[in-house]
Design a protein around this ligand. Structure first.
Ligand code: PRP
Length: 206
């Protein structure tokens, strides 16, 4: 039985379609239901519907063998899993953004508002810039507008949210996309099956 952590929502719908197309169909998942576990004994697959930001936790702990997660969440959680494939969708960028007229005052720490505190710390460490983190859980674009921070570190997809709030990208930290992740011992015990999935979904292993 292959245990799959499927992110709830649009990303999960896409991932399910892909897995269904390579033999892991489980039609019950398409029904309007509040169930969180779906099993198809015949196809040897069990799906768990989890919050996208929790996918790596289920996979790291072995509750799921494989999962699909955004690179942003992987970088932020620093999970101990194998990242085997870039699925090439869910593309966006992790960026530093600020008000259009922002000028960095290097005589004091930069105040950075973000949901992604580890990514922000690692980035600013890498360029030797001292920062103070303001941890927020969403709508981070508000922070520089209200004077809560100098900049934000956040995901930019279309750029619409920034433009509509008078902000712009100042630096790009890393490109983001959906990744197939695998539990380390699952990969040891189920490597044939998992390698087959990697090949069928994306060609070469990473
Ligand atoms: C994300 C991100 C930006 C927005 C970027 O927010 O934090 O706010 O999408 O998309 P755009 O470049 O296409 O405008 P999300 O919808 O996840 O909400 P939240 O972070 O405010 O919770």
């Amino acid at each position: 039985m292959l245990n799959v952590a499927l992110p709830k929502g649009r990303l999960g719908d896409k991932v399910y379609s892909l897995l269904a197309s390579i033999g892991y169909e489980c039609k019950e998942i398409l029904e309007d239901t509040r169930k969180l576990i779906f099993i198809n004994e015949e196809n040897g697959v069990k799906y768990f519907l989890v919050k996208p930001s929790d996918v790596a936790i289920y996979v790291e702990n072995g509750a799921a063998d494989i999962g699909v997660v955004g690179k942003d969440i992987l970088l932020e959680s620093e999970s101990d899993v194998y990242e085997l494939l870039d699925l090439g969708f869910g593309k966006c960028r992790m960026c530093v953004a600020a008000k259009d007229d922002f000028r960095d005052n290097t005589s004091r720490p930069l105040r950075v508002a973000t949901k992604f505190t580890n990514i922000a710390k690692n980035y600013y460490d890498s360029i030797n810039r001292e920062i103070e983190i303001v941890k927020l859980n969403g709508s981070v674009e508000l922070a520089p507008i209200l004077g809560l921070s100098d900049v934000i570190v956040d995901i930019v997809e279309t750029g619409k949210t920034l433009v509509e709030n008078g902000l712009s990208v100042k630096e790009e930290i890393v490109p983001i996309s959906a990744r197939l992740i695998v539990n380390k011992s699952s990969y040891f015990f189920k490597s044939d099956e998992i390698d087959k999935i990697v090949t069928e979904l994306g060609g070469d292993k990473k």
